[in-house]
Design a protein. Structure first.
Length: 188
């Protein structure tokens, strides 16, 4: 089956939250992190409303801490928190197995850092024939320059760059229906 790389489909999509941990988020620009956390929570709530699988990675949690409390508390039941050592989530066998088991071929990606783990994961997922969608307002790097480099590299790799609200409304597709109320509250 051809993977759609421009339109999200809730029955084909999964959410991946990369490395939003205590110590490494403290290094990000404060203003960027405020918006990022809000948008990641929206994506998590949207994934819950749509019944999409949610994967969360933690880079070396012994040293960098666990996922931020407010994000951990918002995770739906069944969300998988997976440790990794490689920058790319695709280098973590547990993640690749969980993604394969989900039978999803589109991945919405958010997290940090845009030019390292987010970029390498997005690139590697594209190489594995997944449709990859980046929420530009839900990624960060320590410097604005590195954020922009990460975005440009992902675009060159064939990743669809979008925004949180655009993706949630794309998944919704129409006014009304069972998910409308939950999603409309998120994008107000």
């Amino acid at each position: 089956m051809q993977v759609d790389t421009l339109q999200l489909h809730k029955q084909h999509a999964a959410l991946l939250v990369i490395d939003l941990q205590e110590k490494n988020t403290a290094l990000m620009p404060e203003s960027r992190m405020f918006a990022l956390r809000k948008n990641v929570r929206k994506l998590i709530e949207g994934a819950r409303a749509f019944g999409m699988p949610v994967f969360v990675t933690e880079q070396y949690p012994k040293g960098l801490g666990s996922t931020l409390d407010d994000l951990s508390r918002s995770l739906p039941e069944g969300a998988k928190i997976l440790e990794k050592e490689s920058f790319s989530c695709c280098g973590a066998p547990a993640f690749m197995e969980a993604l394969k088991d989900s039978k999803r071929n589109q991945v919405i990606v958010c997290g940090i850092e845009a030019h390292v783990s987010v970029f390498q994961t997005a690139r590697d997922l594209v190489r594995r024939h997944f449709g990859v969608f980046i929420a530009e307002d839900a990624i960060a790097s320590r410097s604005h320059d590195n954020l922009q480099v990460g975005i440009r590299l992902m675009e060159r790799a064939g990743v669809t760059i979008s925004s949180t609200d655009t993706m949630l409304l794309d998944l919704l597709q129409k006014v009304g229906g069972p998910d409308f109320k939950a999603i409309s509250r998120l994008v107000k």
